[in-house]
Design a protein around this ligand. Structure first.
Ligand SMILES: [Zn+2]
Length: 214
């Protein structure tokens, strides 16, 4: 366990003690907190109630654990720096982008996606797209590392193949760069409309890949 954010503040003692164990991470405790906090800020959502460093846990995954789909206040966010470093996404910016993907799952937690396995792939692709939009708006170049890390992953019954994910990320970047030029405020609804339009365009490819897993 890394740290617990309580109503009155953060249990920094626990956070620091556990973060020190992440010896493979080149990120400081402050950087880890900043990376997660800035990902939350992008979506205007509160920090997760619990952040777990699973770097030294066997099989520890980077993921969002959801309890009540109607609440942000019971969300748990886990990360494994060892796995992320292997994918070359252990830098501050790349880690923050990965946390943006996880925070996108938090934002999407109440939304029901159509598709096999309760729309698991669709949920992932939307989270990838939204992560791409943050990279686009913020001109965060580490998105290139994230795409590289994911591009050749083989897919599963929870995650689409990397090539498909890479396309949704890239499209998110492009959409954000276009919207940024307008100078207008952008809301999540607008981004999701862009996601759905792109999903429809990519549907034949999604369906073709789905046949391999479902
Ligand atoms: Zn995900």
């Amino acid at each position: 366990m890394t740290f617990l954010r309580e109503h009155m503040g953060i249990n920094m003692e626990g956070f620091l003690a556990n973060a020190r164990k992440s010896y493979l991470s080149s990120l400081s405790n402050d950087q880890i907190f900043y990376a997660i906090n800035s990902a939350c800020d992008y979506f205007h959502i509160p920090c997760p109630v619990l952040i777990q460093d699973l770097t030294n846990q066997k099989g520890g995954c980077t993921m969002f654990v959801n309890y009540d789909p109607k609440s942000y206040w019971d969300d748990v966010l886990c990360y494994n720096m060892r796995e992320l470093a292997k994918l070359n996404v252990g830098s501050l910016d790349a880690f923050s982008l990965i946390m943006t993907h996880e925070c996108a799952h938090r934002v999407l937690q109440g939304i029901r996606f159509e598709g096999p396995n309760n729309g698991s792939w669709q949920n992932e692709l939307a989270a990838d797209f939204l992560m791409g939009t943050r990279a686009g708006f913020g001109e965060i170049r580490a998105i290139g590392n994230v795409i590289e890390g994911l591009r050749n992953t083989g897919g599963s019954n929870t995650h689409p193949k990397g090539w498909l994910r890479a396309n949704f990320i890239r499209h998110g970047v492009e959409v954000a760069l276009q919207l940024k030029k307008t100078g207008q405020p952008v809301y999540l609804d607008r981004l999701m409309a862009e996601y759905h339009a792109y999903y429809q365009a990519m549907l034949p490819y999604v369906k073709a890949d789905e046949k391999e897993f479902f």
